[in-house]
Design a protein around this ligand. Structure first.
Ligand code: ZN
Length: 111
């Protein structure tokens, strides 16, 4: 195991020692120093462990909605990825993702 990975594990262990309840349980199972996927093809990096046991994630460059935040992902849907290739979205990708969401929100509004 690389010394970088060991450092990341130690930093995560120190970090989760300050979490409580559901957030801590999730952080022990889904560590914050690797990327995650779900069965729908989302490729996430965890940003925050929410108190309700969900996680705040951001979509990777190669995810379904690059650059978009996913504020309440159900932690049990996450699968460890750890591909080492997670990359943030470009500005253009993030802008396109936000436009998709804006269009979807407009079309779901009652007329
Ligand atoms: Zn990955």
């Amino acid at each position: 195991m690389s010394s970088e990975r060991i450092d990341a594990q130690l930093a995560h262990a120190s970090f989760i020692a300050n979490l409580h309840g559901a957030a801590r349980d999730v952080a022990e199972k889904h560590v914050g120093y690797i990327c995650h996927r779900d069965e729908r093809g989302n490729h996430y990096w965890i940003q925050r462990y929410n108190d309700d046991g969900s996680v705040w994630c951001i979509h990777a460059r190669d995810s379904i909605l690059p650059g978009l935040d996913a504020p309440a992902v159900i932690a049990s849907t996450l699968i460890d990825c750890d591909c080492g290739a997670w990359m943030p979205a470009s500005k253009e990708q993030a802008h396109a993702s936000r436009a998709i969401i804006a269009r979807a929100m407009r079309s779901s509004m009652p007329s």
